[in-house]
Design a binder for this molecule. Structure first.
Ligand code: HEC
Length: 491
């Protein structure tokens, strides 16, 4: 205890010098925040680091790589790495006496004498630190591993959470519905006392209409607003530059909305719904089971970059010997032109609701038993009325791939169109809240990541189990299939 106090005073005594040298004074909290960023490699150290005679790339020098997220130490490439929390450093252990002051600790980090009297051995690098870096690192070493060592956006009484949403133009109504769903759920959580006594504060940034404006919105919300995580953002396609920002800051992007073309693969990024790729894979299996695919397939699809490749990789191989014909359709008229001749092929239509309605009407005129497969992500929810029709001779067997189970969707009959987005946003917010509750009072990225990946089978709303694993980056466990009046879940 005494040693600790001496050490803190020793450090405090050396701080003003560093600050004066820069002609500016930085508060302890600011220094510690900067130290956090340096330690975790969010910002690089100015000077070089050397191990033995070799110069180290800046990224390899991040302390976190060897000493751990909470300064706990461990084994790195077979070498024992000591813990470096303030409490550990200022206490003697079997290998060395206690460090007497922050100054001594900094000397050791710079390759001078350590508490055991000689230079620290490789792989510990010798760092050339600027005064500001010394100040920052020594401040952060005092908080690392303690309650005060929290991730960005995690404050004493509130947690800053962001959402990037379209609030203008074509996506406006969707963005507003999502925002409403998030706000309502956050308000309910806050009314119930928050999470570990912390209120959830929602910060929304406008996504704009271009990939560039999305990049700027993501940068603003992470770097200026300093949120801990993003939740329920509408980001069906995340620009590569935004992915870089997220990875650099380790910002968890949780239960993102919109349906991406491909499954996400990044650790920090999860979606709520399965990708078009995985939905199509499910649909292909169901079409094989339900329809006579020996007669071949017609795949009519909207013009969307990358979609044709995904179709070829997922459903086109479902066709029998007659093979698959693929055709881009931009409008109902174009779909009609393609289907002018009666066909015995099973039709897979990935197009807007209007275009699919036209296709359905055209197919009803044909005599052959015929199959139509769609994805709700393109053309909306199925219409049960069609199959209830007493006029069975014109019945089309329909297979609809849904991103969610019908039970979850039909719990409220009023849920259709844009109202669905409020429900999805609510589900996203509940997933975030559950993961935060499982993280505990000290919120760091590792603990949150573990908590998020522990949600196996958690049901944010009844009948909708979610799970996130290192392979499955979307919360809803599988795509669901609707046919007739029933739905079956397929794994
Ligand atoms: C490549 C792995 C690696 C990196 C990166 C690294 N260290 Fe170390 N560090 C070690 C090892 C191994 C030791 C033990 C060396 C010894 O005992 O001779 C050590 C020792 C220390 C010690 C002395 C601990 C004691 O008990 O005497 C401190 C303080 C320290 N490191 C701080 C830092 C800081 C601050 C950074 C980032 C600026 C950092 N280290 C980056 C591997 C690393």
């Amino acid at each position: 205890m005494n040693v600790m106090r001496v050490a803190v005073i020793g450090l405090a005594a050396c701080l003003p010098v560093a600050a004066v040298a820069h002609g500016q004074s930085v508060s302890f909290d600011e220094a510690a925040a900067r130290g956090h960023a340096l330690y975790h490699g969010v910002i690089a150290l100015d000077g070089p680091a050397h191990v033995g005679g070799a110069m180290l790339p800046a990224s390899a020098g991040a302390c976190v790589n060897c000493h751990g997220a909470r300064g706990q130490g461990g084994i790195e490439a077979g070498v024992k790495v000591p813990g470096i929390s303030w409490r550990m450093l200022t206490q003697p252990n079997a290998d060395r006496p206690a460090y007497e002051s922050g100054l001594h600790i900094l000397q050791a980090i710079e390759g001078g004498r350590s508490a055991h009297g000689h230079r620290l051995a490789p792989p510990m690098p010798a760092f050339a630190l600027t005064d500001a870096e010394k100040e920052a690192l020594s401040a952060y070493l005092q908080v690392i591993g303690t309650e005060a060592d929290q991730a960005q956006g995690v404050l004493q009484d509130h947690l800053k959470i962001g959402a990037v949403l379209p609030l203008q133009g074509a996506g406006r109504s969707r963005g507003e519905r999502i925002q409403a769903g998030l706000r309502e759920r956050f308000a309910a959580i806050n009314d119930a006392g928050g999470i570990y006594g912390r209120r959830l504060e929602l910060i929304v940034e406008e996504a704009g209409a271009s990939p560039d404006s999305v990049v700027q919105a993501v940068d603003r919300i992470i770097e200026q607003q300093q949120v801990f995580a993003l939740v329920g953002s509408f980001l069906p396609e995340l620009p590569a530059a935004s992915l870089q920002t997220i990875k650099r800051h380790r910002t968890p992007v949780v239960a993102t909305l919109g349906v991406p073309l491909h499954d996400a693969t990044e650790r920090d990024l999860t979606y709520l719904l399965p990708s078009i790729e995985s939905q199509l894979r499910q649909l292909g299996g169901e079409v094989r089971a339900q329809c006579d695919t020996e007669k071949g397939l017609y795949v009519l699809h909207a013009p969307m970059p990358g979609l044709a490749e995904v179709i070829r990789a997922t459903v086109a191989n479902t066709a029998g010997r007659a093979g698959a014909l693929m055709q881009v359709v931009q409008s109902p008229a174009e779909a009609l032109a393609v289907l002018r001749e009666p066909t015995e092929r099973t039709v897979i239509a990935l197009a807007s609701k209007g275009t699919v309605q036209t296709i359905r009407a055209q197919m009803q005129g044909t005599a052959a038993p015929i199959c139509l497969a769609t994805l709700a992500a393109f053309s909306g929810l199925p219409q049960p009325a069609l199959n209830d029709s007493p006029d069975a001779s014109t019945m089309i067997r329909e297979v609809v791939g849904l991103p969610l189970p019908v039970v979850a969707l039909s719990s409220d009959p009023a849920i259709e169109g844009d109202a669905l987005w409020t429900v999805l946003a609510d589900v996203s917010a509940r997933i975030l809240a559950e993961a935060l509750a499982r993280t505990g009072r000290v919120v760091d990225y590792e603990a949150f990541d573990r908590a998020l990946h522990s949600l196996q089978g958690f049901e944010p709303i009844n009948g909708l189990p979610v799970r996130v694993t290192s392979q499955q980056r979307h919360g809803v466990a599988a795509a669901y299939i609707w046919r007739g009046v029933s739905h079956v879940r397929t794994e």
